[in-house]
Design a protein around this ligand. Structure first.
Ligand SMILES: Cc1cc2nc3c(=O)[nH]c(=O)nc-3n(C[C@H](O)[C@H](O)[C@H](O)COP(=O)(O)OP(=O)(O)OC[C@H]3O[C@@H](n4cnc5c(N)ncnc54)[C@H](O)[C@@H]3O)c2cc1C
Length: 401
């Protein structure tokens, strides 16, 4: 019976443990935290979005870079297979109106509880408070409550996550030891994150926390409908996250980036200009916006902040501005606050089995690999799928060697 060490007990590591234990391996999962999968639990706080029900052809385009190993892993564990797996754990799923798939309980805790029980029944050992600190010869070293410990195994899988929300355990401390053995790690950058905007104080005082509903946003990523939220620092929310990779890359490249908001997506610029022109020239800007464009509250305040005096007095130009209101972004929010991170171990350094080319017998999976995807269940699907693929890679490698 082969001994497999899995370092990192998040969705990727636990999924690999299940596949390997089912195949008859003796599996030990090591995690630095007092309990495993804390990010999965947190993900469930706002509604655990396990995957997405859109057609596979569309689904697979959400992942960047679209490395063949990642695509093959996703193909081998498509969203319907993931849903069947969750159902089998008693976490019956439903498809939300946006196509996002959630367990009916919305939370992660029942699923995780059932999953950990299944793993225990399969003989998987989970060692918590075991923090991996580095490679030694052909083994691994850990800090444990009983002091430092060395282990060896027939195969090892790392699934240590990215760099967002480090207090949940994934603090990217793995980057240095991996770089030290010559592994190419792309810089970890915030993904699915908010942005800082230089709001003026009165605006923040009044509108911090206000949702900006039923708008569209445009960036290099295209135009999408949705909702954003004004925060003290800038903007947050699912619509912003959908554009955050494109906006982050543009900020990195050009030093500036605007997210362009259509405040009145239901009306054409021509109709809006006509409706605005009908308001008396003497009416206040707020009244013209409210009566002519149906905009008030935070939307009207945004229109005032990001339009010029000249535009405000010309119905045609004002209509065009309301249809394409650029909000200038100062910077992306820190990685500690992001939903996920981009960057990680480059696919060029692993083979199709998710094994490090430079270190046979060492495999990697999950968010610590260099891919990113928007919110919508794509992140967890990617972690589950690469966890499975790496586990199957281990089985293949063990058999051949
Ligand atoms: C607020 C929030 C909400 C989210 N909601 C969703 C959602 O609804 N849908 C979705 O698809 N995705 C969501 N995500 C993203 C998703 O949770 C992650 O992409 C996913 O958990 C990554 O899985 P992973 O197994 O690669 O890593 P992680 O879940 O980060 O697990 C890595 C594990 O490794 C352990 N570890 C790290 N370093 C060490 C070390 N040195 N030694 C030992 N152990 C170590 C950690 O303690 C952790 O348990 C959300 C993320 C956040 C922050």
């Amino acid at each position: 019976m082969a001994d497999v060490a899995i370092v990192g007990g998040g969705p990727a590591g636990l999924m690999a443990a299940e596949v390997l234990a089912n195949a008859g391996c003796r599996v030990t999962v090591y995690d630095g935290m007092p309990s495993p999968a804390r990010k999965l639990l947190l993900a469930g706080k706002s509604g655990l979005n396990l995957t997405h029900a859109e057609p596979w052809e569309r689904f697979v385009t959400r992942y960047h870079p679209a490395d063949p190993a990642l695509t093959a892993a996703l193909d081998a564990f498509r969203p319907d297979a993931l849903v069947a797996w969750a159902n089998d754990l008693g976490a019956e799923c439903f498809v939300g109106s946006s196509g996002r798939v959630f367990p009916k309980a919305m939370k992660a805790s029942p699923l995780l509880r059932a999953w950990l029980k299944r793993l225990a029944d399969l003989g998987v050992t989970v060692k918590t408070r075991h923090r991996w600190t580095g490679f030694t010869g052909d083994g691994l070293t850990f800090d444990t409550p009983d002091g430092p410990m060395n282990i060896r195994a027939d195969a090892m899988l790392f699934a240590l996550g990215g760099a967002s929300w480090p207090r949940l355990g994934s603090d990217a401390a793995w980057v240095a030891p991996f770089k030290a053995i010559g592994i190419d790690v792309a810089d970890l950058r915030p993904a699915n994150a908010g942005f800082d905007v230089a709001w003026d104080e009165p605006f923040v005082e009044r509108f911090a926390g206000a949702p900006v509903k039923s708008v569209t946003a445009t960036s290099d990523a295209g135009t999408t409908p949705g909702e954003l939220v004004v925060s003290r620092h800038g903007i947050e929310g699912s619509l912003v996250y959908a554009h955050s990779a494109a906006l982050r890359d543009r900020l990195d490249r050009d030093g500036t980036a605007d997210i362009v908001i259509d405040l009145a997506p239901g009306r054409s610029a021509e109709r809006l200009a006509r409706d605005l022109a009908r308001q008396g020239a003497k009416a206040s800007f707020s009244n013209r916006l409210r009566k002519g464009a149906g905009l008030d509250g935070v939307k009207a305040a945004l229109a005032r902040l990001f339009s010029t005096e000249d535009e405000r007095h010309d119905p045609v130009r004002l209509a065009a501005r309301l249809k394409a209101l650029p909000i200038p972004l100062a910077r992306i929010r820190p990685i500690e606050e992001a939903i996920s991170s981009a960057g990680g171990i480059r696919f060029s350094d692993i083979d199709a089995r998710f094994m490090l080319k430079a270190r046979p017998g060492i495999f990697v999976a999950g968010e610590m690999l260099d891919w990113e995807a928007p919110t919508g269940g794509y992140l967890l699907t990617g972690c589950f799928a690469t966890g499975r693929a790496a586990a199957n890679g281990i089985l293949d490698w063990l058999e051949r060697s």
